[in-house]
Design a protein around this ligand. Structure first.
Ligand SMILES: *Cc1c(COP(=O)(O)O)cnc(C)c1O
Length: 386
């Protein structure tokens, strides 16, 4: 049985080129990048090359890249760091209801610190409106944080227009680019954002490494305290192998961006067409909107998403459902309920996220597996009218 992985928005395997690049930094070039001797300086040069590679992916300057432990830390550093650094006596943040928990929970934490937060709706297509952002701006707004692409729906937010509004109002603008990096153009000059978060393990580098772009002149307070690493913005001995891997992954992403975008969109469209042709009572969540090329989120009425994930797993196929098990109960996705789905509709939704290794044959096999699993589960379902 060939196992098939369609959950690349959750994580990706490390690319062979990435593993090749980072292995020497686990074995021989193991110095502390802050040490003066040659062991340290060799590690330092690996880190600085990676900084140039990540900067190139974002069209930023190397000095504007801060390495972190991943997307969550990058988002936290952006949100908490900018808001806490602001000298305003009253503070307000604008974000959306469909952000990743890395932004949402940081914003909720700021509310506990007395910061006001506006959570803008992305009803009903998974895209926030530029007008809503404009209307939410107050004199005390100190940060606008809107994700570039949504991890569950793939929907792309109008970041360019939002960043322009922010700049006109003199407000720093952060975007969670974890799901857009490597899939869409991520030129921070064109986007106009001041902060851009990305994560290694979503772009074929290892888990536990990420980066935050911080535009020159953006004032940021660290969230961790220790040494003077990363120009005083992120203390802690650098994860040299992870950082070198992230640099190699950024290079790969940049080199393959356009052909891979076209290829993945073709596969994604083939998958959607196949599902719509073969299976009744399906709806594409966020369909018709601009989306990342690799992602589709589909609601299969009268099906329990978790049951579908398990049935597909038995066939060697990995997908993810619109619900996650937290504290012992199956909770519907906050993103799907935020765009107007009922809890049941969210629970019957499945996210398919394609990647490098998926082929047309894989997609055709997935469509076959899905038809069989859906037919079987619907036969069991008492609510089924289909
Ligand atoms: C995965 C993800 C994150 C978190 O990144 P980690 O490196 O896993 O901490 C943040 N935002 C989005 C949109 C993501 O998909």
């Amino acid at each position: 049985m060939k196992r098939q992985y369609f959950d690349h928005n959750a994580t990706t395997p490390s690319a062979p080129e990435v593993v090749q690049a980072l292995l020497p930094y686990l074995e021989n070039t193991y110095g502390n990048a802050s040490s003066i001797h040659s062991f340290g300086q060799n590690a330092r040069s690996g880190v600085e090359q990676a900084r140039r590679q990540v900067a190139a992916l974002l069209n930023a300057k190397p000095a504007e890249i801060v390495f972190t432990s991943g997307g969550t830390e990058s988002d936290n550093l952006a949100v908490l760091g900018v808001v806490r650094a602001s000298g305003k006596p009253r503070k307000h943040v604008i974000t959306t209801t469909i952000e990743h928990p890395a932004v949402l929970a940081a914003c909720r934490h700021l509310e506990d610190e007395g910061v006001a937060v506006s959570y803008l709706s992305a009803w009903s297509k998974g895209v926030v409106s530029v007008d809503a952002v404009r209307a939410a701006i107050r004199p005390e707004t100190v940060l606008i944080s809107v994700m570039h692409a949504n991890n569950e729906l793939g929907t792309v937010q109008p970041i360019q227009q939002i960043a322009r509004l922010a700049r006109e109002a003199g407000i720093p603008c952060h975007t969670d680019g974890v799901q857009s990096a490597g899939k869409l153009a991520t030129d921070v000059q064109e986007l106009g954002v001041d902060l851009f978060a990305l994560s290694g393990h979503k772009i074929y580098a290892p888990k536990g490494v990420g980066a935050l772009y911080v535009r020159k002149g953006t004032v940021l307070e660290p969230v961790l305290f220790g040494g003077r690493h990363e120009r005083g913005r992120r203390p802690g001995t650098e994860n040299v192998p992870g950082i070198v891997g992230l640099g190699a992954a950024a290079d790969l992403a940049r080199a393959n961006l356009e052909p891979e975008r076209v290829r993945l969109a073709g596969l994604r469209d083939r998958l959607e067409r196949g599902i719509i042709e073969r299976i009744e009572h399906v709806t594409v969540n966020g369909g018709g909107m601009e989306r990342t090329p690799n992602t589709t989120n589909i609601r299969f009425d009268y099906i329990e998403g978790e049951a579908m994930v398990i049935a597909l797993d038995l066939k060697g196929v990995a997908v993810s459902s619109g619900a996650a098990c937290s504290s012992g109960a199956v909770q519907p996705s906050h993103v799907l309920t935020a765009i107007g789905l009922s809890a049941d509709q969210a629970r019957s939704s499945i996210r398919f996220s394609l990647g490098k290794q998926n082929t047309e044959d894989d997609v055709d096999a997935l469509i076959e597996a899905l038809s069989a699993v859906v037919a079987h589960l619907r036969k069991l379902s008492p609510a089924c009218v289909g």
